[in-house]
Design a protein around this ligand. Structure first.
Ligand SMILES: [Zn+2]
Length: 104
């Protein structure tokens, strides 16, 4: 779906126009990925709560240290979360069909 590998921070948001396998249009309409924001928001909300709770209560870190580590982890995984949310979103909207293939 994307131009560069997952953990590449070079042009992290560039997407291909079409699927190389089946020719699916990755941008069927403007704002198509608006819904992906809610997926990443819900995911990150629970992830952040769980992350800080784990480090604070289980490992006994201070609240400040737990949040600092959380910010660092979020900054590092931001591209991955962004892409994951878009992938989940397009999978909710388009049924995957392995038999659909561009000949040649
Ligand atoms: Zn495809």
């Amino acid at each position: 779906m994307f131009e560069t590998p997952t953990f590449s921070f070079k042009r992290p948001f560039d997407m291909k126009d079409r699927c190389e396998h089946c020719g699916l249009n990755y941008m069927p309409e403007p704002g198509f990925y608006y819904g992906a924001m809610f997926i990443s928001y819900i995911f990150m909300g629970w992830f952040c709560i769980g992350f800080v709770a784990l480090f604070h209560w289980v490992f006994g870190w201070s609240t400040e240290a737990s949040f600092l580590l959380l910010i660092a982890v979020c900054a590092f995984f931001f591209v991955y979360i962004f892409r994951l949310a878009r992938s989940i979103w397009i999978n909710l909207n388009v049924k995957y069909d392995p038999s659909k293939k561009i000949s040649g």
